[in-house]
Ligand binder design. Structure first.
Ligand code: SF4
Length: 691
């Protein structure tokens, strides 16, 4: 078998991978030189992909109530428990909790089953934790959830503003591209806006180490600065936007000194940033989890977008606001309606869209309205309102905020199904039924990365044990429920064609997401599909979003949103920030299997400023306890001068061993953004003390 091109299953960069095959095994991986995301590059996680394959720790058979059962028995049990809960308690007593790790085809059929045939909108996803504030901000500003930039813009710009992004660790190949672009163009300026001095600051001309949660003040002040200095693009504003005056009113009269006071920055540094932004047309603002995972995440994203709309810096090469997503298929999930407040193909729950999707699917029990967002969904389960919960490809007992709440929710459900490739996770421990899902390398489908490029993930080796792809499991359940005629797919290619056709159904250019051209792919063309960026309308030329100044609002104008900046609520103790390490992924069910990926960091660390540590009597490597009303974790103190005084950084990867079940999520209250429902995962208060 020749080498096979596929896509990395980790971050939202979506790098192309060339798998080297020998003797029916994956002997190694290289970066795919032809993939637009990475052009041959891979980060260390990507290079270790071959080492994650194999049966170690794998869930290989269905397990019902602790006993191995056949697939037939597993599907029958799932179907009858789902029906029982739905009939006794109503459709909103059932829920699916999905994952940005799923392939688009998996995601599509799970959404179709719940929203079109089981009558509930209760399908949400761990992508809620990743980028839902950007989705809400895009919809407010552009009328639809459209990312206006590509990685080439990040390279081509003359000023790159990285907001709440440690791309050097979290999106390493994009960071490598930025690094190479700066080497080629030393005049290119980079500003990093982050409460921590991270590895990404190594490339920065300016690091704005602001107080946690104060980003919206910085960008509201920038909008005011642009207005006061004649730097607004009046022609663009008049032709293509609305809302500027209200946005300026909301921004108030913040000048650099006022912004400096509230953000804790030096006024001269603020002024420098404002001057650079004002003077540089080709500016990209790349924003990530540091702003999205906040109780005011949507406002923060809109505060960034506002400055681009007000200067007309959008829809042209080398400029724009760019949300970079965390997960490999958070974007594909958005496309099929993986969020509980969306329908498929980026449609909403307005009556026309509900009717359109219902007619396309031939729906027999269409959800009439949005379902519960992730945190609300688990709260409802903890309160006894959700009776049946099916979790696919994610580990919410560790990744959602307030792990104790999530565990109570899982314990209270009458029936919990967990589909996963890993046998033992914190969440699997609560499962009544465990279903072995085929992981990366053992199944076929597509993913969409942060720059709207759809790429194939390809099966490289046979599925181990009795593992099956998620799309197949979902369609077999649909058949068990008597819905077989609506879920009669021979393979993922048929699902993809239907998904593509729905994006074009009664579209006529009225919706941004259109991949109608791909609905015509035959099986062989789908198998050979090269990476493609949407939109790809079935008729007419594909054009980049907003390059013609047309937005997807009713009047075609973008909205400059009035953002009233808010500081986070004060609290007792230190400010806790959470995030990823360079070489690990999520709760380490895959990367934890590769010893060399632990060489970078192999323990649960509590990072502190050295002066704070000294005040607490702590030295490097001491055991410390971090606690608040949510819970307690223990870890080893790491002294980091890049962390400001009064703050601490806790990694999200560990649970149980050496710390506490649930890890960092024990410290995070279930506070969410009111527009997006995204949890405030990057801000909490806790006390720190030696153990
Ligand atoms: Fe995979 Fe992301 Fe690394 Fe690319 S940058 S190889 S997608 S983890």
């Amino acid at each position: 078998m020749p080498n096979c091109n596929t896509t990395c299953p980790y971050c939202g960069v979506g790098c192309g991978v060339t798998a080297q095959l020998a003797g029916g095994q994956v002997s190694g991986v290289l970066g795919d030189g032809d993939h637009p995301a990475n052009a041959g590059r891979l980060c260390v996680k990507g290079t270790a992909l071959a080492e994650t394959l194999g049966d170690e720790g794998r869930l290989l058979h269905p397990v019902l109530a602790g006993h191995r059962v056949s697939w037939q028995a597993a599907i029958a049990a799932l179907g009858s428990k789902l029906q029982e809960a739905r009939e006794r308690h109503g459709p909103d007593a059932i829920a699916f909790y999905l994952s940005g790790q799923l392939l688009t085809e998996d995601y599509y059929v799970a959404n179709k089953l719940m929203k079109g045939f089981l009558g509930s909108g209760n399908v949400d996803t761990n992508s809620r934790l990743c980028m839902s504030s950007a989705v809400a901000a895009h919809k407010r500003a552009f009328g639809e959830d459209v990312v206006p930039c590509t990685y080439a813009d990040v390279e081509d710009c003359d000023l790159l503003v990285m907001v709440g992004s440690n791309a050097a660790w979290t999106h390493p190949v994009v960071y490598q591209r930025i690094e190479a672009a700066k080497q080629a163009n030393p005049g290119k300026r980079i500003v990093v806006i982050d409460p921590r001095r991270t590895a990404s600051c190594d490339l920065a001309d300016l690091h704005l180490q602001l107080l946690p949660g104060t980003d919206a003040f910085l960008f509201a002040g920038l909008l005011r600065h642009l207005a006061n200095n004649g730097a607004l693009d009046r022609a663009f504003i008049d032709a293509h936007t609305s809302g500027l005056d209200a946005a300026l009113d909301a921004a108030g009269n913040l000048d650099a000194a006022g912004v400096a006071q509230v953000t804790g920055l030096d006024a001269q540094e603020v002024a420098t940033f404002y001057d650079w932004f004002t003077a540089t047309e080709r500016t990209v603002s790349m924003f990530s989890q540091g702003v999205k995972q906040s109780a005011t995440g949507t406002d923060k994203c809109n505060a960034v977008i506002n400055c681009h709309l007000a200067t007309g810096r959008i829809g042209r090469p080398g400029m724009g606001p760019f949300s970079i997503t965390g997960q490999p298929n958070a974007m594909g999930g958005r496309e099929v309606g993986g969020l509980s407040n969306q329908l498929a193909a980026h449609m909403d729950y307005d009556p026309a869209d509900v009717d359109r999707v219902a007619r396309f699917w031939g729906a027999t029990d269409m959800a009439a309205g949005p379902g519960l967002k992730a945190v609300d969904l688990f709260q409802a389960a903890a309160d006894g309102h959700i009776k049946f919960l099916w979790i696919m490809a994610t580990n919410p007992a560790v990744s959602l905020p307030d792990s104790a709440l999530v565990r109570r929710a899982l314990a209270r459900c009458e029936f919990v199904v967990v589909s996963d490739c890993t046998a033992q996770t914190d969440t699997a421990a609560f499962a009544d039924l465990l279903l072995p899902a085929a992981p990366w390398g053992e199944k076929d489908g597509t993913v969409t990365n942060s720059e709207r490029v759809i790429s194939r993930q390809r099966q490289l080796v046979p599925a181990l044990g009795e593992a099956r792809p998620d799309w197949l499991i979902v369609t077999q359940v649909a058949r068990a429920l008597g819905l077989g005629e609506h879920f009669d797919y021979r393979g993922p290619e048929a699902i993809f064609r239907e998904h593509a056709a729905l994006s074009a159904f009664e579209n006529n250019g009225s919706r941004a997401f259109d991949i109608g051209a791909l609905a015509q792919l035959d099986d062989a063309q789908y198998a050979a599909l090269a990476p493609v960026r949407w939109p790809l309308p079935a008729s007419g030329p594909a054009i980049e979003p907003f390059c013609d100044g047309r937005f997807f609002t009713a009047d075609g104008r973008a909205r400059i949103v009035a953002v009233q900046p808010q500081a986070p609520a004060p609290g007792e103790g230190m400010t806790i920030n959470t995030g990823r390490f360079r070489d690990q992924w999520h709760t380490m069910t895959r990367t934890g299997r590769v010893p060399r990926l632990s060489q970078h960091r192999d323990f649960f660390s509590i990072s502190l400023n050295p002066s704070d540590a000294a005040q607490l009597g702590l030295a490097e490597g001491d055991l410390v306890e971090v606690g608040n009303a949510q819970g307690v974790v223990r870890g080893l103190a790491t002294l980091d001068p890049g962390i400001a005084r009064g703050q601490s950084f806790v990694p999200i990867h560990w649970s149980g061993q050496f710390t506490a079940a649930g890890g960092a999520s024990n410290l995070i209250p279930a506070i969410t953004d009111p527009y997006s429902g995204q949890p405030q995962s990057k801000f909490a208060h806790a006390s720190i003390a030696p153990c």
